[in-house]
Design a protein around this ligand. Sequence first.
Ligand SMILES: C[S@@+](CC[C@H](N)C(=O)[O-])C[C@H]1O[C@@H](n2cnc3c(N)ncnc32)[C@H](O)[C@@H]1O
Length: 284
Amino acid sequence: MTVRTALLQGTQLLEEGRVSAPRLTAEVLLSHAIRCDRSWLYAHDNEELREVWWIHFGRYLHERLQGKPTQYITKRQEFYGREFLVSPAVLIPRPETEHAVESALRRLPESPGTVVDVGTGSGAIAITIALESGARVQATDLSAEALAVAASNARKLGASVGFVQCDLLSAVRDSSVQLVVSNPPYIPEDDKSVTQREVLEFEPHLALFGGPDGMEIFRRLAVEAARVLRPGGWLIMEVAYNADRRVRDLLEPKWTNVQVETDLAGLPRVVSAQWPGPIGGGTP
Ligand SMILES: C[S@@+](CC[C@H](N)C(=O)[O-])C[C@H]1O[C@@H](n2cnc3c(N)ncnc32)[C@H](O)[C@@H]1O
């Protein structure tokens, strides 16, 4: 069995199993089995597969056909040009979330104060902001397992981020935070039946569901962010493509500069707002 035949057979199996991007997936899984780059496959398509490669490739194909996302098989996902470790304890970072990072980076002044990433998961947002801006970054999550993955990513990528296990911002005592950023769980519990099977069966439910209407964490986070932000500080949240109106309505009575940013598909993706401080403030 050569590399070329293994790829053809793998692609066919994935196609029959209706896995999306079957050829690409077969290449990613085979290169993971061989522990090589995908480019190595092209240069060695007549190479005989060693038995151990074939065994690993077979197992990965089987797992993928059972619905396990490729990233949980390879334990990696690229985000903002860097490779992050992922495990089933964390949400696989999505490309759309890079918009929240960009929005945060744009709003940080030249000498940024503290930034807090709420619900950090793999640490993708917190670590990217720390590396791109040099800001002092703290990151929270309820899940100790997720925080362990995030801390490994910070070590691997050389980012200095303080991780704390807590509910939203409850452990943050600072009241002069520059910016709070979050990609919170926002799928309505009622949408369980329509959520993609792969997501529902393999990604952590704590990372997905935001109460009956998907708004629970937004409501609580708006209150908590107001407590920790300095006057003029920003709250930046990723939202479901159809929830921007509700999140704006939630913020508009008390926050200023409430803005919605769209993703590359033109869908609402990020809502940001500025905390005006005690004048005209109070709690939201
Ligand atoms: C949608 S995931 C986002 C993960 C990561 N920030 C990203 O964008 O890829 C939401 C994260 O929030 C965490 N989480 C859920 N409820 C939380 C809470 N009440 N307090 C802190 N973290 C929470 C979950 O464990 C999960 O890691």
